[in-house]
Design a protein around this ligand. Sequence first.
Ligand code: AMP
Length: 723
Amino acid sequence: MLRLVRAEMSSIKKQATLAKFFSSKKRSVEEEKSHEPAKKLHSDPIGAGSGSPSSSPPLATGSSDAGSVKVETSATSTGENTKAGTPTLPDSDEPAKRAVAATKGDPAKLGASAPKDSKILYAEMCNVFNEIEGTSSRLQIVKLCGDFLYSVLLKARKDIVPITYLLINKLGPDYQPGLELGLGEGLLMKTISESCGKSLQQIKARYRELGDLGRIAQEARAVQPTMFKPKPLTTGEVFSNLQAIARSQGKDSQLRKVQLIKRMLTACQGLEAKFLIRSLESKLRIGLAEKSVLVALSKALLTYEHNGKEPSSELVDTAEQKIRDAFCQVPNYQIVIETALEHGIMELDKHCVLTPGIPLKPMLAKPSKSISEVLDRFQGQRFTCEYKYDGERAQVHLLPDGSMRIYSRNGENMTERYPEIRISDFIADPARTHTLILDCEAVAWDKEKNTILPFQVLSTRKRKGVAVEDVKVRVCLFAFDILCYNDEPLITRPLAERRACLERALVPVPGELQLASEVTTMSLDELQHYLDQAVRDCCEGLMVKILEGEESHYEPSKRSRNWLKLKKDYLQGVGDSLDLCVLGAYYGRGKRTGTYGGFLLGCYNQDSGEYETCCKIGTGFSEEMLQTLFDRLSPTAIPTPKAFYVHSESAPPDVWFEPTLLFEVLTADLSLSPVYKAGTSSYGKGISLRFPRFIRLRDDKTPEEATSSEQVVEFYESQSHVS
Ligand code: AMP
């Protein structure tokens, strides 16, 4: 009983804290207190609330505990201790700002020494970058990074968030718009030339030799006479300048950007110019992947929490998992770090929970090659087969103020791409539904024929600044999961319950919002029949998901074995397509003269942050597509391969590119190769795709979301002759 009460209180506290993410800045604590009990009244979406007295609302009600809400709310919202300092947050990230304000705590509570008000010099950080660049061992890289982060916590705790972002080469959470630097090589060359006393020709010539603007800037600064020693740059200064550059828009923005870069460049000494320029290019290329930074951060925070005592390896593993889980639900370093500092890492799961307005990392599926493989895997368990729609992932959030946001698979805010969608039109009980997070697929829809249209039609829609009256390609949302209802996270509820909740929460409207078609069967014949039907209905195949028990919980960011995708076309191949990054191209001959005739593709190594070549592709392209590719890729051509391309010297492409574009590719099989480099660390030799065929462009994925080297190795090993 006591445990039940505690659990209830903790759930209420979560809601109370979360409510502050969205409450208006000016809303008083009192208002908040009075708001909470009303919300709690409808917080039992599954309908499991104790003895619901209501007649038959779409979502049954649970009991409320106004008293405990008041206590918890006032305790968390006063947030008296704000000594810890506030790292720079984007102005527009209101949910996050309020979350951070709510989690401010006293470091002494965790036994940590109070932070000194010192600053971390940019030179210190560059030394660490340089050491990491010279190291190939991942363990050593994590150690260097972890030691540095720990020293930051001791010396200047307020800098830990900006420094973490500088390490992963980002300026804020992915879901925050306007934080991409996107500075072209041309602009950077011109700026280096103007501020370092070299002609543009000299810079260009050297770039052809080195292929690294960072080193060129460093060289140029080293020989530049200076009248007086510049004031040293601090990490905080660099971070806020980078943010200002990214945010600078409109008339004269180019000029303002150049001025800011020049100002920083003139203050650069030693290694600083090299890393500053690389950061401005959005690629540090020191072999430090975000995954490693997360591990290093866990270790640093844990050591700090333990007053410098070396924690056991078990504890480090648990901390790492806690931080990873928290980050999957709230992909915002500021919130995760501040919460860990206030409440301790082991308490993160109680505080960093799903929050409408902050996209979580979506769950992904493993490929599967045959229906019998699916039946083997899910033997003895109830599972469901849903249509696998061929569109774009859309995570739909309803916020407490009634507004809606739609996030893409990589957490980008895509709301303005779909101005015709209003989630409030489909809510069964609007008066009682304050917040929601739905997992959906947005699919192009033919309004006349009432059918799904192919993905290619959807991709003709503009991505930004779409006005309702200009929408030509209609979209239908197919909802297949509900992850949060009235602030209550549902991801640890069985899928069967989540689906029941989804059905109660929404009123589908054909052609606008529908629930994913599904069937629950254990029969091979029925499954085969359903797969055929899905394909006839213009879907890619099926998604097969476990329905009950822990394995059916929603696992954010994980490519899980509990969701299997069964794509009709790929059954006899390797079970799935791969999304590979275009690294280079070969000029076309004959009919293809004037465009590129073939492309060099690579997968992404998430540990090293490098692209590893895995095939050359020339099949599957229409003439129009080749022209489109020529037009899109030529402006991204670079004279030499990036330092983070792992490739062989034999058969280099005629042109190298910046990593910008992904191809979805099918392959007959995979084999070991002396020429290609994918997954070299596993087999000594690389793995390559045989007879690859182009399927389509993947504009919905970033280059770093390419199929990973680890997945390529898995595909290779899953082939019957290898296993
Ligand atoms: P893939 O991109 O091939 O790894 O397939 C996973 C994608 O399928 C997800 O990211 C969704 O965008 C999409 N999808 C379509 N229908 C479903 C469904 N019923 N359940 C889950 N994902 C789906």
